[in-house]
Design a protein around this ligand. Structure first.
Ligand SMILES: [Mg+2]
Length: 288
């Protein structure tokens, strides 16, 4: 190894989760503004990557900016924008899609030039239109109806690809644990015997699209998250270095029982910044 190799192998790219890392509930995490200031000062390129498919990247950026953090919409990858980026790599430009999902999913699909099919495209009178639908895309939708699920199942049975934004089975809400996108995917899978291609963590596509967004070198990229079975497992599967923060869902206790592990564990983002020099040094060692 040469003397300059440390600068080459230290993390130059960061993929960070949002909920439980950058904020908790309605409150920003302590040290949030300093965290992004630090990344800019160190010339670490970053994206904030979330399985959330219901909120526009612009809205998430506004939320962070409202707390004083310097983050642009281009630096946010949701499972919706990753779905749109992924579909653009496998379908012809302008393909028609049937969507179960909210504006946070529909807008990025339209932005990539996809056409979104009418509600009842799979109805008996509409066979030609149905044949024209290349893929059914399913994300969380608080207003989903039986008819939409029926349309989705009919189209998949006729050969449309089945894509899911994320497989989170449940979603924490003030009322308690409620069905998430994964529950909708399970319903349609049960009705069609077709397994969806899932985009969100821990499947690889969200991280692959995040790397692509930054033009990142995987060996120089650090993944940061608070949930072992999504954030960290996704990183492990792609052989990316990862750090877990204990400011969200995963506890140190859960960590001891897991058969896969992050490379580093910190209390929160402030603790991570304090230990950046150590990460740098160990990153070099791991890669030498
Ligand atoms: Mg999280």
């Amino acid at each position: 190894m040469t003397l300059t190799s440390s600068a080459l192998t230290a993390p130059r790219y960061l993929i960070t989760d949002m909920d439980g890392v950058l904020w908790r509930g309605q409150e920003p995490m302590p040290g949030l503004v300093e965290f992004f200031r630090f990344l800019r000062a160190e010339n670490v390129r970053f994206v904030c990557a979330t399985n959330n498919a219901s909120t526009l990247a612009e809205k998430l950026a506004e939320r962070l900016q409202g707390w004083g953090a310097d983050v642009t919409p281009d630096e946010i990858v949701t499972s919706s924008t990753a779905t749109a980026d992924y579909l653009a790599t496998i379908l012809p430009q302008g393909s028609r899609l049937y969507v179960v999902g909210m504006e946070g999913l529909r807008a990025p699909l339209r932005d990539r030039g996809f056409k979104i099919a009418e509600q009842d495209v799979a109805a008996a009178a509409n066979v030609a239109a149905a044949a024209d639908v290349a893929a059914v895309v399913v994300g969380i939708d608080w207003n989903v109806t039986y008819n939409q699920l029926k349309q989705a199942a009919l189209l998949i049975r006729r050969g449309a690809k089945f894509i899911g934004t994320n497989s989170d089975r449940t979603f924490p809400s003030p009322e308690g644990i409620i069905p998430g996108a994964g529950a909708l995917l399970a319903l349609i899978e049960t009705a069609t015997d077709v397994k969806p291609i899932v985009i969100g963590k821990p499947e690889p596509v969200l991280y692959e699209m995040s790397l692509k967004r930054m033009n990142a070198v995987p060996g120089q990229t650090l993944v940061l998250g608070d949930r072992l079975e999504t954030d960290i497992l996704g990183a492990v599967r792609l052989n990316l270095k990862s750090a877990l923060v204990l400011s969200g869902v995963t506890t140190r206790e859960e960590l001891t029982h897991s058969d896969y592990q992050p490379d580093w564990v910190f209390d929160d983002i402030s603790d991570l910044i304090k230990n950046w020099a150590m990460i740098n040094a160990q990153f070099t060692m791991h890669n030498s």
